[in-house]
Design a protein around this ligand. Structure first.
Ligand code: GAR
Length: 203
């Protein structure tokens, strides 16, 4: 499906068929999604075409309008129907979960084999699994007096946070770190490495 708006980004028509389409799923603020969109916006052989969100309060929509990325808000019912159909039509090279908190149905995993990746704000397998996300993780890391934490980028499998690990980066937990400070440090790491890992997977 050709997205007319893409022509405004001054792509040659042939490039439209050649560029590597990326789709992002979010449930929260979407700051990683924004960062990924910005990173790829001047790379003509990549195209972040859609952001799918199950959170109607996400403040990302204005940013997407500027960057001409399509936004798709969905609910539980759509997730098992319309969203999957739309994804098949888009036929992305990579589906990125950037703070997306719903479990990915097996149907998606088998159809998009090795094409769905997730970022997790801890050093998996530590602090992974159902209910472990965002600030909850940083709070636990501090409570447990961990010396280090970090980020993990991994393929998505049928169990939460358990697919093959692609990339990890560690940081030291400072004695003055609070969950909020740790969250900021982790976000910085995510902004630095996530787009680069995505790019390297697509090369
Ligand atoms: C990110 O830190 C991401 O690693 C985490 O949610 C945050 C989303 O922030 N994901 C998980 O915890 C998944 N289990 P953002 O919406 O600002 O990008």
């Amino acid at each position: 499906m050709l997205n007319k708006k893409v022509f405004n980004k001054s792509y040659e028509p042939l490039q439209l068929f050649m560029n590597k389409k990326i789709v992002i799923f979010i449930s929260g603020r979407g700051s990683n999604a924004k960062n990924i969109i910005n990173y790829f916006s001047d790379k003509s052989d990549f195209l972040v075409s859609h952001v799918f969100s199950n959170n109607k309060h996400s403040d990302i929509i204005n940013h997407l309008n500027i960057k001409q990325v399509k936004f798709f808000l969905f609910d539980e019912e759509d997730f098992n129907g319309k969203v999957f159909d739309e994804l098949k039509k888009i036929n992305p090279k990579l589906i990125i979960l950037a703070g997306f908190l719903k479990k990915i149905p097996p149907l998606y995993i088998s159809y998009f084999k090795n094409k769905i990746i997730n970022i997790h704000p801890s050093l998996l397998p530590n602090y992974g699994g159902k209910g472990m996300y965002g600030s909850k993780i940083h709070k636990k890391v501090i409570e447990n007096g961990e010396a280090e934490t970090g980020i993990t980028i991994h393929y998505v499998s049928e169990e939460y946070d358990s697919g093959k690990i692609i990339f990890q980066k560690k940081i030291i937990v400072d004695k003055y770190d609070t969950p909020k400070k740790l969250e900021e440090k982790i976000h910085k790491l995510e902004y630095e490495y996530f787009p680069k890992v995505i790019e390297s997977l697509l090369k």
